[in-house]
Design a protein around this ligand. Structure first.
Ligand code: AN0
Ligand code: CP
Length: 315
């Protein structure tokens, strides 16, 4: 694997998950692999899990890590041919060129602006780095995708599934702020790539881009979707159609105990951070049905598998 920008970059999803399972059993088994290698992690947005789990993953492989925020660096210019007489002090060409000499793998987190759909979906930041780096790039959540999260989600489902073909439901849930479509986009494409039976449920008008959901069953009836589900994955996302429009309406879409009862003793999943009693009721999040901490823990081992495959390519 040369880069990890989307789920499609994994040549074999199952073998990545298998490697993550090996690392979960013995995190130190490849401690020599990344010796004298450095991972850089650049954050344009907040993070708890992604930053720490990826750092731990790199340490497990013997790598050194330098994490930093764009607020500690210069404002970057991405425009080709830009006359840089405004706010941005450094061009991505130099920044990426310099970083390529400092670290061996770079991870970047950069959320969408949620104002211009075509711009966000062209992935200006991630593709800017991709174009000008000469080292492997890892997506730590970009404008439209969060593939490291989806790998951990798939691993968690594989660990917990009781039948060969579990029913997985992705449900939209309320949130006071407009959020990216990155997590649901990647989750849907990951489930579908893994051949998992996926149902997506959301209020009318909140359809995701069909580029990520082709092959899923899509319904506006949340109750019907929950019936017989083995896994309920809750997530808010803002509108793709009326791009970036906030969606605090539909408070009746919160996941609660009554809805979970419709499922097949389903497990509750969320990528975190989660707003209690807005997205999901305490009674669900505090119940044994919730597997959100297992998902978060698996972020370490799936990131470790990804870094390991990227180190292989560097040889
Ligand atoms: C982000 C999102 O919805 O994409 C990050 C989730 C991992 N969530 C928030 O900004 C609350
Ligand atoms: N799930 C996830 O990516 O969490 P952070 O935003 O805290 O990294």
């Amino acid at each position: 694997m040369k880069h990890f920008l989307s789920i499609n970059d994994a040549p074999n999803l199952q073998s990545l998950i298998d490697l993550a399972m090996v690392y979960k059993k013995n995190p130190n088994v490849d401690r020599e692999k990344g010796l004298n290698k450095t991972l850089g992690l650049l954050f344009f947005n907040s993070s708890l899990r992604t930053r720490l789990s990826t750092e731990i993953a790199a340490h497990n492989l013997g790598m050194q890590v330098i994490g930093f925020s764009n607020q500690q660096a210069w404002n970057l210019e991405f425009g080709e041919g830009a006359v840089m007489d405004q706010q941005n002090a450094e061009h991505i060409k130099e920044a990426a060129g310099v970083l390529s000499t400092y670290v061996d793998i770079l991870g970047v987190r950069s959320f969408p602006e949620l104002a211009d759909r075509a711009l966000d979906y062209s992935e200006p930041v991630m593709n800017g780095f991709l174009k000008h780096l000469s080292i492997p790039l890892v997506n730590l959540e970009s404008a439209t995708m969060h593939p490291l999260q989806s790998l951990a989600d798939l691993m968690t489902i594989r660990e917990l599934q009781k039948t060969a073909k579990p029913k997985v439901v992705l449900t939209w849930a309320p949130h006071p702020r407009a959020l990216p479509q990155s997590v649901p986009n990647s989750f849907a494409s990951c489930m579908l790539a893994a051949g998992i039976d996926l149902t997506i449920t959301h209020p009318e008008g909140l359809e995701l881009s069909p580029d990520f959901t082709q092959g899923a069953t899509i319904t506006h009836n949340q109750q019907e979707a929950f019936e017989g589900a083995d896994f309920i994955y809750a997530k808010n996302w803002s509108s793709f159609k009326e791009y970036g429009k906030g969606t605090s309406l539909h408070s009746d879409w919160m996941v609660d105990g009554k809805k979970m009862k419709l499922s097949n003793e389903g497990r509750f999943m969320h990528c975190l951070p989660v707003r209690r009693n807005v997205v999901v009721a305490d009674e669900v999040l505090d119940s044994p049905q919730s597997v959100v901490l297992q998902q978060a823990e698996n972020r370490i081992f799936t990131a470790q598998a990804v870094l390991s495959k990227l180190l292989d390519h560097g040889k």
